[in-house]
Design a protein around this ligand. Structure first.
Ligand SMILES: [Zn+2]
Length: 90
């Protein structure tokens, strides 16, 4: 199931705790696919201390199903408009 969090830190944190094996599309927008990346929920890129409290300033689109999330990303941005994290999904 797709869940979208924007300016909702408590909602996003709860989702992460309930879906440690899930996936997160960090949806920054703009033209560059490098800034629109799908990660494992546990990826260090999603848990940088510097982003504490402001993580959902960038829209987080979440799912427990990677294929569903990839389809969502393609629907929003086209097939070339996003990528998978090389650290956690390489
Ligand atoms: Zn990652």
């Amino acid at each position: 199931m797709i869940r979208i969090f924007k300016h909702d830190e408590p909602g996003y944190q709860s989702w992460l705790e309930e879906n440690p094996e899930g996936f997160v599309f960090n949806h920054l927008g703009g033209r560059d696919p490098k800034y629109n990346i799908i990660h494992n929920a546990s990826c260090r890129h999603l848990h940088r201390p510097a982003d504490e409290g402001v993580r959902t300033n960038v829209e987080k689109i979440c799912s427990d199903n990677l294929e569903e999330l990839m389809n969502k990303a393609t629907g929003l941005r086209g097939p070339a408009g996003w990528g998978c994290c090389k650290v956690c999904l390489g």
